[in-house]
Design a protein around this ligand. Structure first.
Ligand code: HEM
Length: 716
């Protein structure tokens, strides 16, 4: 085995995560259109095939109670439950559970078998049904087959074929451990962004309690923080845990450490991707190492979980698998049938995380309300489950299939349909002229368009220019958007919009969202013309303006950039897992779906345009700001200059002329990284050359318009 560059130099900036944005790992080819394929499915038939699998117990992994339903619900929950709001990554999309590390996480123990059980369904439908959709759909079908009414199902999760290395899971190097670096100031309870789980390799929290101790208070605090990072409030949290644990059982007939083989990624080749091998005739069924069902009817939707939890007292004990769990005080609780042999019985148990809900006043109130009002429980669980499994899919246009509910949810960041005719070439030309004649500078126009479009993140398809959320809270008040200046820019743009719309005697109207993008585009066309290039930046109208009422302020807050390389904004509050601003740069570029060259050319171009935060000169290595020249690269790589840090964090630098010693420019790490990192320097080389400027202008325009269009799912 040889070491990779990353292993030789652990501090090397990881740019390979951007390669996934261009790599063609999809075996179906470039033209593959998953949405089109999915629409060919007969969903009813697929569901009935899944249902057949669910009740056809296999000798190689016999079904508990003759029904794989609970097992499939756990699989679907673990697939969707990795989603975290801070960066929108993970979640059910991509079918990432079948790839490492998720495939081998201790928390996903045995789910390799659940997916293998569904292999015949995948085989039958092939590219029409992704693993991402199949895993989630199986959870829905399982709930329905056990008497629960779900809120619906949307397809559209295209599969990934390689692991998503951009997802930061935390600093620990050993499974099921928690290190102080996971938390802000090393304090337990305050997770660093974008993390959402407290333990490496677990979806959210330790079922035995924090640090494996049956501490119900600590456990409730953990649950609240982590479910919040999945965008779930108290009611949704209780509904999900109580709803889920109405079904099935936990498996720990014996000690996993003694009887369980290695996880899939570490298992021998003959196991063919399966892991955690054990002889269950000898050791019993082992998964988590905790043992028992929650109630006497584990394959039926009812309120028995709530009854058992609330009507009985529970005490902590070590179970047969050696883990902390809770048993009822007294013997009058209804026993469940044996999972493999119905002539036997097994006493119900609870996890520390279940009991924690009962000892937290707010959670308990909700539990009691659900117990008294089963309809409310059903409604709350069905809504929370629907949100859980669809939260990472983005806007409503991406929800496919006959079971999508009519309702639009606020967590989908809805924008209105255009109730007017869109502007065409003639009107676009007229608006461009008005924009240029206004008192808005090129830098203002470019920064405003960038501020609007660059909130997009490809992880959960949120953000972007559509909706003109930039003029609404919280976005218009974000520090990076220079709120005071933004207000005057928006006033001018709104006046242009109003004047144009009022002037029309027909149905043609322009949205502010479109006007903001058009403003950036026309400024770039002018800047390119000044550099001697005649370019037209592609523009597709059709964005509409959302209202404040449609915009959930709290949910939008996670889109706020703490650093923005492209505007050379360093920010000052880093409560995240990254050590250097340039790591945050790559993280954002990955979310913008950019390649290394696209990121590079955008930074160089934005500097040439003078589009920096507070119009700082940092990084503007040119005598002609506002002209789309390749000066940024020319001067950054020039050996006539030398660079020196001027602050103790090594974030700000001065460049001096080597001969005269005179300070020529200032720069940040976000500039100098393009000269210091070998791969970025290699890319910068491609743009600094004497023959490169035209290419630079073309590539900048392409990358810019890509960002402006990232959220245009309506065009696909
Ligand atoms: C099973 C923990 C939330 C659905 C389990 C198991 C553990 C666990 C340890 C046993 C796995 C095994 O040994 O087979 C937790 C924790 C949660 C949580 C700590 C959050 C605090 C949820 C949610 C759902 C869910 C939100 C679904 C909405 C299930 C189901 C099973 C299960 C259906 C039974 C699987 C089977 O019978 O094979 N959970 N869970 N859980 N969980 Fe959860």
């Amino acid at each position: 085995m040889t070491w990779s560059n990353q292993e030789w130099w652990p501090d090397l900036l990881r740019l390979d995560v951007l390669d996934d944005n261009t790599a063609d790992t999809n075996p179906y080819g470039e033209d593959f259109d998953y949405a089109e394929e999915f629409e060919k499915l007969d969903l009813e038939e697929v569901k009935s095939n899944i249902e057949d699998v669910m009740t056809d117990s296999q000798d190689w992994w016999p079904a508990d109670y003759g029904h794989y339903g609970p097992f499939f619900i756990r699989m679907a929950w673990h697939s969707a439950g990795t989603y975290r709001t801070a960066d929108g990554r993970a979640g059910a999309a991509g079918g990432l559970q079948r790839l490492p590390p998720e495939s081998s996480w201790p928390d996903n123990v045995s789910l390799d078998k659940a997916r293998r059980l569904l292999q015949p369904v995948k085989k039958k439908y092939g590219k029409k049904l992704s693993w991402g959709d199949l895993i989630v759909l199986a959870g829905n079908v399982a709930l329905e087959s056990m008497g629960f009414e779900t809120y619906g199902f949307a397809g559209g999760r295209e599969d990934a074929f390689n692991s998503n290395e951009a997802v930061e899971w935390g600093p620990e190097t050993e499974w099921e451990t928690t290190s102080p670096e996971r938390f802000d100031d090393g304090e337990v309870g305050n997770l660093k962004d974008p993390l959402a789980n407290t333990v490496m390799g677990l979806i959210y929290v330790n079922p035995e309690g924090p640090y494996g101790e049956p501490d119900v208070e600590g456990s409730a605090a953990n649950i609240r923080e982590e479910f919040d990072r999945m965008a779930m409030d108290d009611e949704e949290t209780v509904a999900l845990i109580a709803g889920g644990h109405t079904f099935g059982k936990v498996h720990g007939a014996d000690d996993p450490e003694e009887h369980q083989g290695p996880e899939p990624e570490a298992a021998p080749i003959e196991q063919q991707g399966l892991g955690w091998d054990h002889d269950f005739d000898k050791a019993g069924m082992i998964s988590s190492g905790i043992e028992g069902p929650w109630n006497a009817t584990p394959t039926k939707w009812d309120a028995r979980y709530l009854d058992n939890l609330l009507d009985y007292d529970w005490t902590s004990v070590k179970g047969p698998g050696g883990a902390w769990q809770w048993r009822p005080v007294g013997d009058d609780i209804g026993d469940a049938p044996g999972a493999q042999d119905s002539s036997e019985t097994e006493q119900p148990m609870m996890l520390t995380t279940d009991v924690a809900l009962k000892y937290d006043d707010d959670y308990r109130e909700i539990l009691e309300r659900f117990q008294e009002n089963p309809d409310e429980f059903q409604e709350a669980f069905s809504r929370a489950w629907y949100k859980l499994i669809h939260r990472d899919m983005g806007p409503p246009e991406r929800f496919l299939g006959p079971e999508v509910p009519d309702e639009t949810f606020v967590w989908q960041d809805p924008v209105p349909d255009a109730a007017y005719e869109l502007v065409a070439n003639e009107e676009i030309a007229e608006l461009k002229e008005t924009l240029l004649a206004s008192d808005l500078s090129r830098s203002q126009l470019v920064k405003t368009a960038w501020a609007s479009a660059s909130t997009y993140r490809d992880s959960d398809k949120r953000g972007g220019a559509n909706g003109a959320h930039l003029r609404l809270e919280p976005q218009r008040s974000w520090e990076v958007n220079e709120p005071e200046e933004l207000e005057t820019v928006l006033d001018t743009l709104e006046a242009i919009q109003e004047e144009f719309n009022d002037s029309r005697s027909d149905d043609v109207r322009v949205s502010l969202a479109d006007l903001i993008v058009l403003g950036g585009n026309v400024a770039i066309e002018e800047a390119a013309a000044d550099a001697g290039y005649d370019v037209e930046v592609p523009f597709e109208p059709g964005r509409t303006d959302a209202t404040q009422a449609q915009t959930d302020v709290e949910s939008f807050e996670v889109l706020e950039p703490k650093v923005d390389t492209f505007r050379n904004y360093l920010g000052d509050e880093y409560d995240d897992i990254y050590d250097y601003p340039e790591e945050r740069m790559v993280d954002k570029a990955e979310l913008l779906n950019l390649s290394v060259p696209e990121m590079t050319v955008l930074v160089g171009g934005m500097r040439a345009l003078g589009a920096t935060y507070q119009d700082t000169d940092r990084g503007i290595f040119t005598d002609q700001p506002g002209t789309l020249s390749n000066d940024f690269f020319v001067n950054l790589l020039d050996m006539d200059y030398e660079w020196e840090p001027v602050d103790e964090n090594n974030e700000i630098f001065e460049v001096r002329d080597r001969d005269t010693g005179e300070v020529e420019w200032e720069a940040t790490r976000l500039d100098l990284i393009f000269g210091s990192n070998a791969r970025l320097r290699a890319t910068a080389d491609a743009y600094f050359a004497d023959d490169a400027e035209e290419q630079f202008v073309e590539d900048f325009v392409d990358a810019w318009s890509k960002v402006m269009q990232l959220d245009r799912f309506d065009l696909e």
